[in-house]
Design a binder for this molecule. Structure first.
Ligand code: MTE
Ligand code: MO
Length: 371
């Protein structure tokens, strides 16, 4: 009899010099990134926001959909979308970034969704705060983890599963997490989790469970695949590793000029050029963004748009800009962000086997023409 292991192999690293495969291309075509020119928008139009879907988009009917809250609670709940929509409504601007962003640039390359730098987007998410709902259900004060289950189903490295991710109870009870039913003022699109998803501002994408159908409170640590096996930082396959949590600081350059069709090398005419882009961190407020035009040899301070009131981490990206006077030649543009926790972006790759939480500085090759 065929087994799951035959259809679903273990994780692996590419051999030295091994190119991106048709399987990786198949994932990349399903899970597109933000076109970098869309860094021009404060809020990413929904169709330009990156996507990451492990299995299939499930077939859900918003009118029939129910959210169950169970496990270590005094009063289990079963709510439909109308119930959720009559609860307190808040909108938060939040930057989502996939934990695997930058993976395809690593050496050796973890074979998985081959992101370069484009697994990011910012949306206005509207929904109802999670914590009051957990308190209403009477969450056990001894709760350890809260598990969020999506309606999507698949097999990954031999393990058949619903997509499930747990948050530590203390994180689930913070005021930021939302049960979101709208993105940018419209009902969620199928690919972004319709009709209901979790938003955990400041955390990498894997925590923001889409197609949310169940919330289960546990008095122990969750040992499901996406927490215990995937999404851990480890150097060797045998290590337990440490969980992937919040978003490391990162800045991206909005590529200036115009692109060559094939290489996407940027072409510019000489003269004054305002470089700009976006920067964010899930840990703390940004303290600065610097720009390099020589591949990271020298850095100059960029201007940074003011933070949101409140002094917390930059849960939505901030615009930065820098006045460059472009003279003919070839350049490599980079930007790097530093936050108030002291985290910064490395110019040497921060490598781990899954290719997670890697915030290596971006490199944008630019040719400035003679005239
Ligand atoms: N149910 C479910 N939720 C999910 C996923 C998934 O495959 N299934 N992918 C996660 C990952 S890895 C990321 S990066 C984000 C991407 O959210 P987006 O597609 O809305 O940008 O969704 C997360 N939520
Ligand atoms: Mo992700």
């Amino acid at each position: 009899m065929p087994t799951m292991d035959e259809v679903s192999g273990p994780s692996r690293l590419a051999e030295p010099g091994e190119r991106i495969s048709a399987e990786e291309l198949q994932l990349a075509a399903r899970n597109h990134g933000i076109p970098l020119e869309a860094l021009r928008y404060d809020v990413t139009p929904a169709g330009l926001h990156y996507l990451l879907i492990h299995y299939d988009i499930p077939d859900l009917d918003a009118a029939e959909h129910r959210l169950t809250v169970d496990g270590r609670v005094d009063r289990p709940l079963s709510l439909d979308l109308t119930d959720l929509r009559t609860r307190p409504r808040v909108t938060r601007r939040v930057t989502l970034e996939c934990a695997g962003n930058g993976r395809a640039l690593l050496e050796p390359r973890p074979v998985s969704q081959p992101w370069l730098v484009e697994a990011v987007g910012t949306a206005e998410w509207t929904g109802t705060p999670l914590a009051p709902l957990l308190r209403e259900a009477g969450i056990d004060p001894e709760a350890v983890d809260v598990v969020f289950t999506g309606a999507d189903h698949g097999v990954e490295r031999g393990v058949e599963q619903d997509y499930q991710r747990a948050l530590p109870a203390a994180e689930a009870l913070r005021e930021e997490p939302l049960l979101a039913y709208e993105m940018n003022g419209s009902p969620l699109l199928p690919q972004h989790g319709a009709p209901l998803r979790l938003i955990v501002p400041g955390w990498y994408g894997m925590a923001h469970v889409k197609w949310l159908s169940r919330i289960t409170v546990l008095d122990r640590q969750f040992d499901g695949f996406q927490n215990a096996v995937a999404y851990r930082l480890r150097q060797r396959a045998e290590e337990a590793g440490v969980p992937v949590t919040r978003i490391e600081p990162r800045a991206l350059v909005r590529p200036p000029g115009f692109p060559d069709f094939m290489s996407r090398t940027r072409v510019l005419r000489p003269g004054p050029c305002r470089l700009d882009g976006r920067a964010w961190s899930g840990y703390a407020q940004l303290t600065g963004v610097e720009v390099s035009t020589d591949g990271g040899a020298t850095w100059a301070a960029a201007r940074l748009a003011p933070p949101e009131a409140g002094g917390g981490p930059d849960l939505a990206w901030r615009r930065w800009w820098y006045e460059w006077s472009a003279t003919p030649g070839r350049y490599t543009l980079s930007a790097r962000a530093t936050d108030a926790s002291g985290r910064c972006q490395p110019v040497e790759q921060p490598w781990n086997r899954g290719g997670f939480a890697n915030n290596l500085v971006q490199r944008v090759p630019v040719t400035v023409l003679d005239e």
